[in-house]
Design a protein around this ligand. Structure first.
Ligand code: HEM
Length: 548
């Protein structure tokens, strides 16, 4: 969900990182972890939970963690058991490891949103643009995504693909081989375009101001946080007071309202006209229309409120998905031997689908249901669409799905997904997490566990999940990038559909992707936030222009 990309630089960017990481969002960076923190170990900690000993001379666990996160976390787990305290990121954190992590997600009294709000005041931020003062994890927002977006993904896909294709061809514009110093900017354009199509419809998705708001609204939040005090209590207080008076998000809501107003008026006119003529109104398919049609169900007040809710969805979706797309391209570059098999899978699937459609056409012609080949034009079996990248085609690309799941498993932040206890919570190992405590998940203990992941859990093996009924969207005890349980990310189906589309477009357009400075490869693959990836990517076109 939330992820932070800062448009700021220097100290501001680092401040953003300090705020971002404990949200359990986005991405740890070695740079961040090397920041000097102040404070005293032991304050406010529940003594019944063991606190990891500090190395002589260290004031926090930051340095030891930074040197070798995997070793540090597994040593802690070995010495102290699955639940232990650390002093990381300028705060005391209770870590929960292995199978016990499941209990954190499944307990209603442990809340992800509360932890994020405690650190950043994010709830006041989203409440400032929704008239019923909703938090990003309000059940109504979850329902809107679950009921309006997810069931319509197959119908959204052609528009997602079209939006991305336009951006790929425009933004990459590669003759032969080209260095892209910061690919994030291109992926932001692609994802903003896809999301705008899904959220606001194809007409509004062409509006440059809307795309800019989709891309930049998150930095209105992070810039605000970056300039604020470091202690979370002051930052939260400042957020609550300031957003009440002047929300930096308001300008983005206004952009959406300005773009939506004429479109909604025209839709209303067409609906009235259809009614008058006794015809059925052909409802546009987008979230905007879904919200207008369910105005009362969701307690919406007016168009501004509808746009406010859409902006909340934009906040939790655009950056997270753009960021993942960017890293997906770095993973393809780091493991280029998988580009060709992924491309071949794509060709095989599209060939199979074309052949099946041809067989269906032949049957219809044979039975006399359709008189001639020409009559298929404009129907579901129009030969022009035989090789379209549809939702059904994406579903058959099992290598791409497995690559994506492995990418998420491998890249996940090792310490993340903060939750806050609303009441005392008794874990099954007898340890109680006291009300008001923040816990974080020791994701490394799950994502790199031999028992949960099988052979070579520390290796990147992209075909690991083929044939295992472990789709990239399947949130579960052994796969946590989208959380799990009742509050598991409702946007993961959309996010994964978009990421698969990105992957498919990349391998079909480029025969090779290379990391510009190989000495920075492992740094480039690390999760990070606030700072750009330290090296660019070379893209080699499959169809050099000179050859055309
Ligand atoms: C790669 C992209 C994404 C990642 C990694 C991601 C990750 C997450 C995580 C870890 C959570 C917390 C789950 C929990 O508490 O167990 C979450 C919650 C949420 N996400 Fe996402 N997310 C992504 C994309 C999206 C998209 C595209 C949307 C909207 C269309 C979205 C909407 C939400 C919402 C509304 C919640 C709160 C759910 C609740 O508390 O009921 N996310 N996401």
């Amino acid at each position: 969900m939330l992820g932070l990309v800062s448009t700021s630089s220097g100290t501001d960017a680092l401040n953003v990182v300090k705020v971002a990481l404990p949200l359990g969002i986005g991405l740890a960076s070695a740079a961040f972890l090397s920041l000097k923190m102040t404070g005293m170990i032991g304050n406010g900690l529940d003594q019944s939970i063991p606190t990891a000993a500090l190395r002589p001379g260290d004031k926090s666990h930051d340095a030891e963690y930074t040197e070798d996160p995997d070793l540090f976390l597994s040593t802690c787990e070995e010495c102290y058991g699955p639940v232990f305290n650390l002093y990381l990121y300028n705060q005391f954190i209770t870590m929960v490891s292995g199978p016990l992590a499941r209990e954190v997600f499944m307990t209603e009294n442990m809340n992800f949103g509360d932890a994020a709000d405690d650190t950043s005041g994010i709830h006041s931020f989203t409440a400032s643009i929704t008239k019923s003062k909703r938090a990003f994890n309000d059940p109504a927002i979850h329902e809107m995504i679950r009921d309006i977006i997810t069931p319509n993904l197959a119908l959204f896909t052609p528009r997602i693909v079209q939006g991305m294709l336009t951006m790929v061809d425009k933004e990459f514009d590669i003759d032969d081989r080209k260095l892209i110093a910061d690919p994030l900017f291109i992926f932001q354009e692609m994802i903003a375009s896809a999301m705008a199509n899904v959220f606001m419809g194809s007409e509004i998705a062409k509006n440059r101001n809307v795309l800019d708001s989709f891309i930049h609204c998150m930095s209105s939040f992070t810039d605000f946080l970056a300039k604020g005090p470091q202690k979370s209590v002051w930052r939260t207080l400042r957020a609550r007071t300031t957003y009440g008076l002047l929300s930096p998000l308001q300008q983005h809501v206004q952009v959406l309202v300005d773009a939506a107003t004429p479109v909604v008026q025209e839709r209303r006119r067409q609906e009235a006209e259809a009614l008058e003529k006794g015809l059925e109104y052909d409802r546009p398919l987008d979230t905007l229309q879904g919200l207008l049609d369910n105005f009362d169900k969701y307690g919406l007040k007016d168009l501004e409120d509808v746009c406010g809710h859409i902006l909340v969805m934009v906040l939790v979706s655009v950056h997270t998905t753009s960021d993942s797309s960017t890293y997906l391209s770095y993973y393809l570059a780091a493991y280029p031997e998988y580009i060709e098999p992924l491309f071949q899978e794509q060709l095989t699937v599209l060939n199979q689908i074309s052949q099946e459609r041809e067989e269906q056409r032949q049957e219809k012609l044979k039975s006399g249901e359709i008189a001639s080949v020409k009559d298929f034009e404009g129907t579901a079996l129009d030969p022009q669409h035989d090789r379209d990248l549809t939702s059904a085609a994406l579903k058959r690309m099992v290598r791409m799905d497995s690559f994506l799941r492995e990418f998420f498993r491998f890249r996940a932040q090792k310490v993340s997904l903060a939750h806050m206890a609303r009441k005392d919570v008794l874990l099954s190992n007898g340890i109680t997490i006291r009300k008001g405590r923040k816990v974080m998940i020791n994701v490394q203990s799950v994502h790199q566990s031999y028992d949960m992941q099988g052979e070579d859990p520390t290796e990147f093996r992209p075909w690991r999940f083929i044939g295992k009924s472990k789709a990239a969207t399947k949130a579960s005890t052994d796969f946590l990038p989208f959380g799990m349980g009742k509050h598991a990310c409702p946007g993961r189906f959309l996010a994964v559909q978009e990421l698969k589309t990105v992957g498919v477009l990349l391998v079909s357009r480029f025969s090779n992707i290379e990391i510009q400075d190989l000495s920075k490869k492992s740094e480039a693959l690390l999760s990070r936030v606030g700072a750009p990836v330290p090296t660019g990517l070379y893209f080699t076109s499959r169809q050099p222009k000179a050859a055309n």
